[in-house]
Design a protein around this ligand. Structure first.
Ligand code: ADP
Ligand code: MG
Length: 889
């Protein structure tokens, strides 16, 4: 990756002198960095380009370049890549267009390019991209003449037009970049990989992305989750208009629009999504340095009524609360201002407010536990000068108790104060709405960060519902050529996972129906039972509230008649009879669909046959735990009603709903075979949540062969299966389990307790400051690409401790991984190191890695011996260091 950002030698294939040609502009731009790197023009038709000796082919160059840039017509590209491969080039940027985006021929060409690149191990950025700018390295291989100054924002751009507009905007606003990368159509290097790289780039403090599509979604989410733990990512992604949806498609497949899914992915990745260019930069700087709000409750301090009102309006529309001042604050301000203030929020301190008044109000709000953030509005009108007020704000901001955002209305007279505020890291705006919006983003970001620490479990093996018979059922149905499960079959799945249902019993004639109905007890609901009918009401196939035997007979015949009329080809199995739920308050939908890019997503919202009309739904990513389930529900409008009740409807049992969602998520996690599933509706009564209708569509491909566990999930659950009990040689019991985010304090303690020797043998250096960042990276891992297993010691008396940890880090090639193990001094020599390393070998095997390896100091005899015992081979890589490796298959 370094070759892309700061190459020591570059070849431009397609360099030319022709005025206006891309090959010329890029070459000119490259030449600006000629003191720092070798620049070679390549063009078979020229002797020289702009006075620099030109080569016929990349093969003719006197050296193997770090980076080749291709700006020739698309049909020539495959051959050029082949030549790059032959000459040993490992990094290529394809500027040329004419690939996937240009139709079938282009798509084939792109496949060809990928194939050749793989053969030689070449990494590609593009095609159809604008290149890279690394200001600090004077490297610019784009065709932009004006480039931004060096700074700390990395800009990953996908859309040509939007990207150029953003770059322009930033240059005009004098914003600095650590790097600009135009990713084009991402045939190889994509967002995920770039984010991973930038996470280790010391120049980058935040990333902004203009995105058209995500690339490898799994990689994106896992890279982003790693990055945002310490630095923010902000995305602008123009929403798509939802495709016009066919009538009466009240199911998840139709309800989960791509745009909503993107929202869900960004939320879980900890990424903030904005909708305006200026917000991108605004957030990139502010989210990196501001104190983040702990809640949505905002106080507004103002010396003018009007802007306070505007701010209040803006706030409500953005889901921010106007904080309710505490009694203490009111009392304090009453005394200080002798009651001459608004005596509520907005805290209007009157047009004659002195700087002193601002000081007192800020102090009070900072101390008020009801307030999470403060907006200070200043209109120049007398008593206080702008610079005095700015000074006060800066003083409070430096205490870093709560986020403070300033709004300075007015023109030139406040300009100086605005500058001072900015230099001192106080965000300042000219309009209240902008300030509120910034607060909203800060709050969103803070909330998303909290979610990063939510890693739901796999279902523990002991609690795992009996699912094998259902797997067989799906297989049988798929084999018979059927795609839809009947209501009755679908409800079996729900029942097994602990969700209450009204079981439908099928009758084939009216008399049988009467018998079933009397057994169930009136009132009952009757529905058509047919494998071919998905939306039963649409064909007159549902009769509600049937209260007597006569009505049953009548309904039976009517349903059959209706269906014969409205769906003449449908095969009819009979009519099903189920209990009628009579006293429900709410009708909800819970569903899931498997998206080709994002895998399974979970849908929650307002249900019933009109769900499609209201489109009040939210999307979450499985696995869900209770917190995540709650967050999912909170995103809908109906949630407010569920929480507080409405008119004659009492509040819903939210806890119960959370449980249903978690159970539903468990089902989704266990069944990659399910393509789509809906509970519509789930009826909510005072103390029950009952699925009265269910529908499952099976994914034929999956049903026919064995799928990898969790391959349909973007986020891997906490791997409970690696939890085990074990005893040290001396009989001490320990629990061996994957690490969790909550282990941070224990991990800290463990590292601190290490002897110098142990520290050096694990990290090859002594670490003086164990920072929070470091610990987060160690404890809060992505189980997909990394695994750390700890040995936890729980003495009868005394505190829990982590006494050993082993770790496997999967390389980006997903074929090999680096392993390491560490046991604290007092527990060494008891077989724990061996056990922990053995567990890692097993995990590597499960992950289908081909090789694991690790580095060991040559002087660390004990470790080398242990590795050999476990079958590792040893290779000396330097006088002090050995590599040990184990081929798994
Ligand atoms: P469709 O295939 O048309 O979605 P449903 O089984 O969902 O058919 O029935 C349509 C509507 O009838 C539901 O949205 C719900 O309001 C109501 N309904 C269905 N079954 C029951 C039941 N067992 N108890 C109460 N109402 C029901
Ligand atoms: Mg339904």
């Amino acid at each position: 990756m370094k070759n892309f950002f700061d190459p020591k030698s570059v070849a431009l294939i397609g360099a030319t002198e022709r005025e206006g040609a891309v090959g010329r502009v890029i070459f000119e731009n490259l030449l600006k960095g000629r003191e720092l790197r070798k620049i070679y023009p390549v063009n078979p038709n020229r002797e020289s380009v702009l006075g620099v000796k030109c080569y016929k082919s990349i093969i003719d160059l006197p050296e193997t370049v770090d980076l080749a840039i291709i700006a020739t017509p698309a049909p020539t590209v495959p051959k050029i890549i082949e030549e790059c491969g032959e000459s040993g080039v490992k990094a290529v940027i394809i500027i040329s267009a004419g690939f996937r985006e240009s139709g079938e021929e282009g798509r084939k060409r792109e496949e060809e390019v990928i194939r050749i690149a793989r053969k030689y191990g070449i990494r590609i950025l593009g095609p159809n991209c604008m290149g890279i700018i690394r200001p600090s390295a004077s490297f610019n291989c784009t065709f932009f003449k004006k480039i931004p100054k060096a700074g700390s924002i990395a800009f990953l751009s996908q859309s040509g037009a939007l990207g150029s507009a953003i770059l322009d905007w930033a240059i005009n606003a004098d914003i600095g970049f650590s790097v600009f990368v135009s990713v084009g159509s991402m045939c190889d290097i994509d967002f995920g990989e770039l984010i991973d790289y930038l996470g280790r780039d010391p120049e980058t403090r935040s990333i902004i992305i203009d995105m058209e599509f995500i690339g490898d979604a799994r990689r994106f989410i896992s890279a982003a989750r790693g990055f945002v733990r310490t630095k923010p990512i902000i995305v602008i992604k123009p929403g798509k208009y939802p495709e016009s949806i066919k009538a009466a498609m009240s199911h998840s497949g139709a309800l989960a629009s791509e745009d909503l899914i993107y929202d869900a992915v960004f939320t879980r990745a900890g990424v903030v999504r904005v909708d305006e260019i200026k917000d991108l930069f605004n957030c990139a700087t502010i989210l990196d340095c501001a104190v983040l709000p702990r809640g949505p409750n905002l106080a507004i301090i103002t010396n003018a009524g009007g802007p306070g009102v505007i701010a209040t309006d803006a706030l409500i529309s953005m889901g921010i609360n106007l904080a309710k001042l505490s009694d203490d604050t009111i009392k304090l301000l009453d005394e200080a201002f002798s009651r001459r203030w608004s005596r509520g929020n907005p805290v209007d301190i009157m047009e004659d407010a002195s700087a002193d008044r601002y000081d007192i109000a800020l102090e009070a709000c900072s101390n008020d536990p009801n307030i999470d953030g403060i907006i200070v509005i200043y209109t120049p009108q007398g008593a206080a000068t702008p610079s005095e007020v700015a000074g006060i704000i800066i003083k409070h901001n430096e205490r870093r108790v709560k986020p403070i955002i300033a709004v300075f209305l007015g023109g030139e007279e406040v300009e100086g104060a605005r500058q001072t505020l900015l230099w001192n890291d106080v965000p300042v705006y000219s309009f209240p709405e902008e300030a509120i919006k910034t607060y909203m983003y800060m709050y969103q970001y803070a909330r998303n960060l909290e979610l990063l620490y939510e890693t739901p479990d796999e279902i523990p093996i002991v609690e795992s519902p009996p699912k094998n018979h259902l797997k067989l059922l799906i297989k049988r149905i798929a084999k018979s050529g059927r795609k839809y499960l009947t209501e009755e079959e679908a409800k079996r799945f729900l029942k097994v996972y602990g969700i209450e249902v009204t079981t439908p019993y099928i009758a084939t004639n009216p008399e049988e129906a009467v018998m079933i109905a009397s057994e169930i007890g009136y009132p009952v609901v009757m529905k058509i039972a047919s494998e071919d009918i998905v939306h039963k009401s649409d064909v007159g196939g549902v009769k509600l509230n049937i209260t007597s035997a006569d009505e049953v007979r009548k309904a039976f015949n009517e349903i059959i008649d209706n269906v014969k009329k409205n769906a003449s080809n449908a095969k009819i199995n009979g009519v099903s009879i189920q209990k009628m739920i009579t006293d429900h308050d709410y009708e909800l939908i819970i569903g899931s669909k498997t998206d080709p890019v994002f895998g399974a997503v979970i849908i929650f919202g307002m249900g019933g046959v009109e769900a499609e009309f209201f489109k009040d739904i939210a999307i979450g990513l499985p696995p869900l735990n209770q917190t995540l389930a709650r967050r999912l529900m909170e995103k809908t409008r109906i949630f407010k009603m569920l929480k507080d009740g409405y008119r004659n409807k009492p509040p819903a049992n939210i806890r119960l709903l959370e449980e249903v969602l978690v159970k539903f998520s468990n089902l989704i996690v266990d069944f990659p075979e399910i393509d789509e599933i809906d509970i519509n509706p789930l009826l909510l009564t005072r103390n029950e949540a009952v699925a009265v209708d269910a529908r499952i569509v099976i994914n034929e491909n999956v049903a026919n062969d064995n799928v990898r566990e969790y391959s349909h999930l973007l986020i891997t659950p906490y791997p409970t299966r690696y939890v085990q009990h074990w005893r040290l040689k001396d009989g001490t019991p320990v629990i061996i389990r994957p690490i969790r985010p909550e282990d941070e304090p224990l991990q800290m303690e463990m590292l601190k307790s290490l002897s110098r020797e142990s520290m050096i043998s694990r990290f090859f250096t002594t670490i003086k400051d164990i920072t929070h960042d470091m610990l987060v990276r160690l404890c809060n891992i992505d189980y997909d690409r990394e695994m750390a297993v700890v040995a936890e010691y729980r003495p009868l008396h005394g505190r829990r401790r982590i006494i050993g940890v082993s770790r496997l880090t999967v390389n980006p090639d997903w074929e090999s991984g680096e392993a390491a193990v560490l046991v604290i001094d007092e527990f060494q020599g008891k077989g724990l190191g061996k056990k922990l390393l053995d567990v890692i070998i097993g995990i590597a095997k499960d992950k289908r890695l081909k090789r694991i390896y690790g580095y060991v100091l040559a002087s660390n005899r004990r470790m080398l011996y242990l590795a050999k015992e476990l079958g590792f081979k040893v290779k000396r890589v330097s006088p002090e260091e050995c590599m040990v490796y184990l081929d798994i298959c």
